[in-house]
Design a protein around this ligand. Structure first.
Ligand SMILES: Nc1nc2c(ncn2[C@@H]2O[C@H](COP(=O)(O)OP(=O)(O)O)[C@@H](O)[C@H]2O)c(=O)[nH]1
Ligand SMILES: [Mg+2]
Length: 459
């Protein structure tokens, strides 16, 4: 049975480091620790949450594998809720391997991905959304993503879901009272939507609307720089990243592959993608490069359409403009340090009114600050960034809330249409089930395994 064996894994990265920490969890943890540890002062009282110094030794007690510190966290006051031992040894793969093999010989099994967190979940140390937040925190690519993970680990999302559940349970109680009251008659109708239903819908709407900003902070946004050859796309990539990543020449058609680099703008990881210039391809390589551009445009969160003000506009510019008239578009009019061949108003009407049109010099750096801010303005909504507001960062959670939202809307509709209260009650129960999937109160084992297997080893 899964929870009856004792597991071990390296909890720190595998490689060279000052120390590495091996974690053991399960009923045999303390027994195994006694066998492999020789305390430096002769005896070890194994008090919970105390640190002891000594040697890690081989099975016969004759070979010292390493010198280190060991601690014991007695159940249930440990991360997993089981007996946990942590060995602080030296961070070298050879040492780590020898200690792990020693532990296996003594009856430990090597832990699978996320198995410590899975045990913490089964022992009610964390709910599922908290375990997922913890994993997201460890992989956070920005300070904001880390902060969102931490707030969820501390229970912000769990509390919001619990509040929503209580609203639905109250509404359900009203519906069920109506059903009981009219048990003997044919129409168990309820007049008026219970206020809790509207409150729940409003709060869920807020959660759902936070998702795209949260995703931008957590995963980053793809920003594609597109334009005809020689307008200065590669120069812009280099200026924004401060690195000479893309080759800049005055020969049109230099860039063929997609060149990507990630920078942090106002806390958002921005994946910049420099592309081949769009024109009638001159050879097979350029043709391939241009087809990559069309593909990547489909995955863009923001598209920078670049135009060169020092040269007359051409049909090639027109093709790119036509492809990018709506969505998150920034028009960057480049080379404003050179004499102008056209004026901004001739392109204005080609784009929607909200489209930001900026004048820049990729070479000299003019206008880049505004460009940076525009990228993040398009990617995150300032309302969502308020400290303290609960944000949805995880696709699984978003989908569960969407499902619950639909069920609650159905309930509202059936009440409005004067249908039997049974229908609305059914929908609310479905909505509760979806919310319970987020915290893991009700979830099938297959999904659980899938979630935990995406975590790191040792977590
Ligand atoms: N004067 C001036 N030249 C620029 C500017 N941006 C790019 N260039 C020049 O335009 C040429 C083409 O630039 P590049 O970045 O390779 O364009 P790409 O083909 O769109 O990637 C190079 O000679 C650059 O030095 C700018 O803002 N001002
Ligand atoms: Mg280029």
């Amino acid at each position: 049975m899964l929870l009856q064996d004792t597991i071990a894994a390296l909890a720190t990265p595998f490689g060279l480091s000052g120390i590495g920490i091996i974690r053991i969890s399960g009923p045999e943890a303390l027994e195994i620790a006694r066998l492999i540890f020789q305390p430096s002062n002769g005896s070890c009282p194994w008090k919970s949450h105390h640190l002891y110094h000594g040697d890690i030794v081989s099975a016969d007690g004759k070979t010292i594998l390493d010198e280190g510190l060991i601690s014991y966290m007695r159940k249930p006051h440990s991360f997993t809720g089981e007996d946990v031992i942590e060995i602080n040894c030296h961070g070298n793969p050879i040492i780590i391997q020898s200690i792990l093999s020693q532990l296996q010989e003594r009856g430990c099994r090597l832990a699978r991905h996320g198995e410590f967190s899975q045990r913490a979940f089964f022992n009610n140390r964390l709910d599922l959304s908290q375990a997922e937040a913890l994993s997201a925190m460890i992989c956070a690519k920005s300070a904001k993503a880390y902060a969102m993970g931490l707030s969820q680990l501390k229970g912000s999302l769990s509390k919001e879901i619990e509040d929503l559940r209580l609203l639905l349970i109250d509404a359900l109680a009203l519906l069920e009272a109506a059903i009981d009251f009219t048990e003997d008659t044919s129409g168990e109708k309820i007049t008026g939507t219970p206020p809790q239903i509207n409150q729940a819908l409003e709060r869920m709407q807020l959660l759902l609307s936070s998702y795209s900003s949260a995703r931008a902070y957590a995963e980053g946004v793809n920003v594609i720089i597109t334009g005809k050859p020689n307008v200065g796309k590669s120069s812009l990539l280099n200026s924004l990243t401060g690195r000479k990543k893309a080759i800049v020449t005055d020969i049109p058609g230099t860039t063929r592959d997609l060149i990507t680099d990630t920078i942090n703008i106002n806390g958002v990881p921005v994946h910049l993608i420099d592309t081949a210039g769009i024109r009638e391809p001159q050879n097979a390589i350029e043709k391939e490069g241009i087809s990559l551009v069309w593909e990547s445009l489909a995955n863009a969160d923001v598209v920078i359409v670049m135009l060169d003000i020092s040269k007359p506009l051409t049909d090639e510019d027109k093709i790119i403009i036509d492809k990018n008239t709506s969505g998150n578009i920034i028009v960057a009019i480049n080379k404003i340090d050179l004499p102008r061949k056209w004026e901004e108003n001739i392109i204005k009407e080609l784009f929607s009114q909200e489209t930001k049109i900026l004048k820049i010099s990729a070479k000299l750096g003019n206008g880049l600050e505004e460009l940076r801010n525009t990228i993040t303005d398009l990617s995150v909504s300032s309302e969502d960034v308020n400290a303290g507001s609960v944000m949805i960062t995880n696709l699984r959670h978003k989908q569960a809330i969407e499902k619950a939202f639909k069920n609650i809307q159905n309930a509202k509709e059936s009440i409005a249409n004067g249908m039997s209260a049974e229908f609305a009650a059914f929908d609310l129960r479905e909505a509760l089930d979806s919310l319970d999937e987020i915290t893991g109160k009700k979830i099938n084992d297959e999904i659980l395994d899938k979630i935990f297997s995406s975590f790191c080893i040792g977590k």
